[in-house]
Write a protein that binds this ligand. Structure first.
Ligand code: AMP
Length: 281
């Protein structure tokens, strides 16, 4: 595995690398969720590129940019074990040099849920850096996690609208044994918070089970989920039933629905989601 820091080096290294090229964008602090994306890329592609960049443009002032866990040596070792061919780990100046002044804005999909909580600039930051990475690496396929469901939709729309010739693969959420979605931010949890954090996935699962059992009333499903959050002393930033493609709010359940939740547990801000399918439809 080669570690490269500049765009020029990456383009040169990939010029005659075996095709297809697969890209897995990450912010590091690798966990099983990232490793699943890398395994999928390794299985599909002749050349696997992983990017490692904690993208300042997607953090709002006051968020955890400075505290975000960083350990490049550990990440590089895990990437190497996972069969990554090229690790692209640029510095901030490489991607955002002096005078950088362009933003990629994906419209309505950026606005609800994470966009409403973290500010519209969050997904502008995501879309801008992903557009850059897709231009730099020019992968046939790029891999993202369903854990960040809204991000995956924003990126699918970005490549569609800008005619970027990359297939976006969205891989299932990898969870701990008790259901907690793997996240780099789980590292912020104390032992007691870690026990409470399971409330997010329990809330999603309780609502999904009710919906699968035939419940058609969105409010009833949300009430069950809210009860589970309360049992774990979790106050959600949002808990919502939305259309899995458009993110429009859903009240009557007659098609698959995305149940999405965000909550602070201690100093970690955690998100999770599930797609629930109405039973008996
Ligand atoms: P991050 O490093 O947090 O920006 O995540 C990099 C990629 O890994 C994104 O596409 C995430 O959606 C994905 N990812 C993060 N956590 C998980 C998880 N638990 N399961 C699957 N994919 C994940």
């Amino acid at each position: 595995m080669r570690t490269l820091r500049t765009i020029v080096e990456v383009r040169a290294a990939l010029a005659d690398a075996p095709r297809p090229i697969g890209l897995v964008p990450t912010m590091g602090a690798l966990h099983e969720g990232h490793l699943a994306l890398l395994a999928q890329a390794r299985g599909d592609c002749a050349t696997v590129v992983m990017s490692l960049f904690v993208n300042p443009a997607q953090f709002a002032p006051g968020e955890d940019l400075a505290a975000y866990p960083r350990d490049e040596a550990r990440d590089a070792a895990l990437a190497r074990e996972a069969g990554v061919d090229l690790l692209f780990a640029p510095g901030r100046e490489e991607l955002y040099p002096e005078g950088f002044d362009t933003r990629v804005v994906v419209g309505e999909l950026s606005e609800p849920l994470e966009g409403a909580c973290r500010g519209a600039a969050h997904f502008d930051g995501v879309a801008t850096v992903v557009a850059k990475l897709l231009n730099i690496v020019a992968p046939a396929v790029a891999y993202f996690g369903q854990k960040d469901a809204q991000q995956a939709l924003v990126i699918r729309r970005l490549v569609r609208d800008l005619d970027i010739p990359t297939v976006i693969e969205v891989c299932p959420t990898v969870r701990e044994a008790d259901g907690l979605a793997r996240s780099s931010r789980n590292a912020y949890l104390t032992a007691a918070e870690r026990r409470r954090a399971v409330g997010l996935s329990r809330a999603l699962r309780s609502a999904a089970a009710l919906i699968a059992g035939g419940e058609r009333d969105g409010d009833a499903a949300l009430a069950v989920a809210r009860g589970e959050l309360e049992r774990h002393a979790i106050e959600p930033e949002y808990l919502a039933l939305v259309d899995p493609e458009t993110l429009a709010p859903v009240e009557h359940l007659d098609a698959p629905v995305l149940i999405a939740v965000a909550a602070r547990v201690g100093r970690a801000r955690l998100i999770d989601n599930l797609i629930a399918t109405p039973g008996g439809a």
